[in-house]
Design a protein around this ligand. Structure first.
Ligand code: ADP
Length: 372
């Protein structure tokens, strides 16, 4: 796996019971996955020679992030190395302009959008979609809300153009909530769909995920799953695909973006599904039969733990573990910095309010925003 973040750490964990030998290319020995994987190469994924050297002896290469340059992926493929997902699929997760164009071609529902040339063109786009505000996104390099601007005037529209990357304008969608349709697909075309989940963001960062999305119309849920399966098939995705969606106030779903790797909206599956997203990602990239994606219980809630004031979790652990013996804690071994994702918790049960409260309490306590 290329990339040493928490997704690699948890993918490695899921491969252990399958007896998979896992090799990691990581930026530094301190990275989340590099701390726990025994076969680690420290190096720069942007360097083709490093990637080639790393790939030697690997049966298959997969990714913790979407940032490996496409031309390097194509070079590895030309060397005969199975790259999963492959370059032709991953380009859609790397570049929001390419993704939108492809989704249009597939007839997948998107917010109205187009590439804009400059602030005056943003104004023209705003006129086309019924006025400001509009959303601007740099087509590459964004994550956790960085690279996304809510723009209310033409003057506001200058900042996104400073990065020197093409800028995509989107209508501001009136949505009631954000959903994610997560599926896993293997090279020979087997695919499984997880229940559609609700994802709640705070300050552009995923805060809580509820599985399944409460009150979601069964037909709309089915449409979302079918859409994700169709996108995966048409783009040739192998492994886990997260399709982030908006549920609009008028009862439609629109695609926000695609992620071709295990995803934060699928962390609940570690404790709430028969087969986790990580285990199924490993199975898919190795072209093994996929595991059952169905939930184990009625409700599962995932809450992210962000870094707060306490670098030492010991006291918080005592409290959280004693208060809720069913709580599942997943920490990433990262240094605690304010606002950084350092772990998550999963809770499950039959009463959604109670399950939500337990997850929020634990995540807040571990962060230090809840003290009793
Ligand atoms: P990132 O790549 O940083 O995850 P996203 O494209 O997912 O960026 O956007 C981050 C957040 O901005 C979304 O979760 C959503 O809340 C908001 N957002 C993005 N696009 C739109 C849109 N077209 N209309 C309304 N809100 C949007």
């Amino acid at each position: 796996m290329v990339g040493g973040g928490q997704l690699a750490r948890m993918t490695h964990e899921a491969g252990i019971p399958l007896g998979i030998r896992f090799k990691l290319l990581s930026d530094t020995p301190q990275d989340s996955a590099a701390q726990v994987v025994s076969d680690v190469v420290i190096g720069d994924y942007r360097d083709l020679d490093t990637l080639r050297e790393f790939a030697r002896g690997c049966d298959v290469i997969t990714f913790d992030h979407e940032h490996v340059p496409i031309e390097h992926l194509r070079a590895l493929e030309a060397d005969g190395i199975p790259v999963r997902p492959g370059a032709d699929a991953l380009v859609h997760a790397q570049d929001k302009g390419v993704m939108r164009a492809k989704l249009d071609e597939l007839g997948a529902p998107s917010p109205r959008h187009r590439i804009v040339a400059d602030p005056a063109d943003v104004s023209a786009f705003a006129d086309e979609v019924g006025g400001f505000p509009v959303i601007l996104k740099t087509v590459r390099g964004g994550y956790d809300g960085k690279g996304v601007w809510f723009v209310r005037t033409q003057e506001d529209a200058e900042a996104p153009f400073k990065a020197g990357v093409p800028v995509l304008a989107e209508e501001k969608v009136d949505f009631t909530r954000e959903l994610a349709a997560n599926i896993v697909r293997s090279p020979h075309g087997q695919a499984v769909a997880y229940p559609v989940v609700e994802s709640r963001q705070v300050d552009g960062v995923c805060d809580t995920v509820i599985a399944p999305a409460p009150g979601l119309d069964a037909e709309l849920a089915g449409q979302a799953q079918e859409l994700a399966l169709r996108i995966a098939k048409d783009l040739g995705v192998v492994g886990h695909l997260a399709v982030e969606l908006f549920e609009t106030t008028d009862g439609r779903i629109l695609v926000n973006e695609l992620a071709m790797r295990p995803h934060n909206s699928g962390h609940w599956t570690q404790d709430g599904a028969i087969t986790s997203q990580f285990a199924n990602h490993v199975r898919a990239v190795l072209d093994l039969p996929l595991g059952d994606p169905r939930p184990r219980g009625t409700w599962t809630v995932m809450a992210n733990v962000l870094g707060g004031d306490y670098p030492d979790m010991y006291q918080a652990y005592l409290h959280c573990m004693a208060r809720d013996p069913q709580l599942k804690i997943h920490m990433y071994g990262k240094d605690v910095k304010p606002g950084r994702k350092v772990g998550h918790v999963n809770t499950y049960g039959d009463d959604l309010d109670e399950v939500l409260e337990r997850a929020r309490h634990a995540a807040g306590y571990l962060r230090g925003t809840i003290v009793e």
